[in-house]
Design a protein around this ligand. Structure first.
Ligand code: DOR
Length: 445
């Protein structure tokens, strides 16, 4: 389809909401205006009563390819992403083999060109001995450098001080970190194992993956970034305490930024009682007070970006006891509508959701021609209906792992249509699996 006219949409963009028509032609937003109904087009979408948002750009997903494809694949997880209103994603290096050199990175791009329904970019992972690869990276070849300063799924811990100094001093592109102090976590694990044996209650996860473990690692990341002038983005913040490390206000000029994830904004420790290992993730979901502080930090700008950390594991893997059940949960299909719940609850404005899920991601990562509803930009768009509820029905879950932490939840909003580069990738509850995303381009020297 080469031209689509979206009429009477409430366009949420750049801090405003206005009823407008949007003309999409040859993949791009060609024109935005009050009334474009006289134009000849192939298809008209009447968006009366619905809101049009720039598609979410998710800066943190795990799609498990290559090597962990029993948990998820680029094809399945990107299909779930477009059904959830995510039009671009940046994918993590803890696969098998690890994405710690340029050849592994290019292999992923080759796979995504073939299979991905959404636009894509990949992180180069840091290891204890790949500084030369990091220094040599073409700034347009990776979205960033991922450093696991705390151990999580996969064997990617970077725990030598001098290695971290080298990465922070020399990375030519943004450094994104997972911050949890592994030695502290190990001590907590030993303590809880002594008390409970192997069957530690899942509710102990935030006490094992503790506030102190997050704080220790995040303060180190900030210290190193300040020392070396690094562009640092701290991923999936979970504690009120760590928010003191960040600066309120607009993203412009910040060298240190923070990300919160949809599940840490939606769940709190009370949910372990019903969800158990299904919401076990790293860093852990913490207290209601932490959740509340994260929600406030989104509004005051200490949190600049909201992402998913989509991290699927199989149902069977998740049925195991505490130490065996892997951390991570699948999220891309329902993350955006879970954020819209905070709009319905009066915590976020629609403009803020769009700023944190799209504008700021494009700005921080210097993504070219995406992240806004602007003439000339790629037509990555999501039409949402704030009045049509979504029941998270088992039959409609698109993840390869086949389960969702939101199963049975009724969200107040629904994703109606998703366009990726002007192509309708999701509509009427159906994914168009023929659509292919593009490699993200960056405005970097
Ligand atoms: O819960 C998590 N799962 N946190 C991570 O850092 C990794 C992720 C995964 O890959 O499973």
């Amino acid at each position: 389809m080469s031209s689509v006219l979206i009429t009477h949409a409430k366009v949420v963009n750049e801090g405003r909401i206005a009823e407008l028509d949007v003309l999409v032609r040859n993949g791009r937003i060609e024109k935005i205006g009050a009334d474009l109904s006289s134009l000849k087009v192939d298809r008209i979408i009447d968006a009366t009563g619905k809101h049009l948002l720039p598609g979410m750009i998710d800066d943190q997903v795990h799609f498990r390819e290559p090597g962990l494809t029993h948990k998820g694949e680029i094809a399945t997880e990107s299909a779930a992403a477009v059904a959830g209103g995510i039009t671009s994603y940046m994918e993590m290096p803890n696969v098998n083999p690890l994405t710690i050199n340029r050849a592994a990175l290019e292999d992923k791009y080759d796979r995504a060109v073939q299979k991905s329904l959404a636009n894509f970019a990949f992180y180069l992972g840091a290891s204890n001995d790949n500084l030369d690869e990091i220094k040599a990276i073409d700034p347009n070849a990776a979205c960033g450098i991922k450093v696991f300063m705390g151990a999580s799924t996969g064997n990617m811990l970077v725990d030598k001080r001098e290695t971290l100094e080298g990465i922070f001093a020399n990375s030519p592109i943004i450094v994104v970190t997972h911050c949890e102090d592994s030695p502290m976590i190990k001590l907590n694990e030993d303590r809880y194992r002594e008390q409970y044996g192997e069957d530690v209650p899942m509710a102990c996860h935030p006490l094992i993956r503790s506030e102190e473990a997050c704080w220790k690692s995040s303060t180190l990341a900030v210290e190193l970034a300040k020392k070396h002038g690094t562009q640092l983005h701290i991923l999936h913040l979970t504690t009120a305490k760590e928010l003191a490390l960040l600066t309120p206000g607009d993203l412009a000029g910040k060298r240190i930024t923070g990300e919160a994830c949809a599940h840490h904004l939606y769940f709190n420790e009370a949910d372990y009682a019903t969800k158990g290992a299904l919401i076990k993730c790293n860093p852990a979901i913490k207290t209601a007070a932490d959740q509340d502080a994260l929600l406030n930090a989104v509004n005051d700008g200490r949190i600049d970006v909201i992402a998913t950390d989509h991290a699927p594991h199989t149902w069977d893997e998740k049925q195991q006891s505490y130490f065996k059940a892997p951390s991570g949960l699948p999220l891309v299909q329902h993350a955006l509508i879970s954020l819209l719940e905070h709009y319905h609850n009066g915590r976020f404005s629609l403009e803020t959701i769009v700023q944190k899920t799209s504008h700021n991601v494009a700005r921080l990562f210097q993504i070219a021609e995406r992240g806004y509803i602007r003439e000339g930009y790629w037509a990555d768009l999501v039409l949402v209906d704030l009045t049509a509820p979504t029941v998270v029905d088992q039959q409609k879950i698109l993840y390869k792992c086949g389960w969702s932490p939101f199963a049975g939840t009724i969200f107040k909003s629904s994703i109606v249509t998703t366009l990726v580069n002007g192509d309708i990738a999701f509509e009427n509850g159906q994914v168009n699996s023929a659509v292919r995303g593009k490699r993200l381009a960056f405005n970097r020297r």
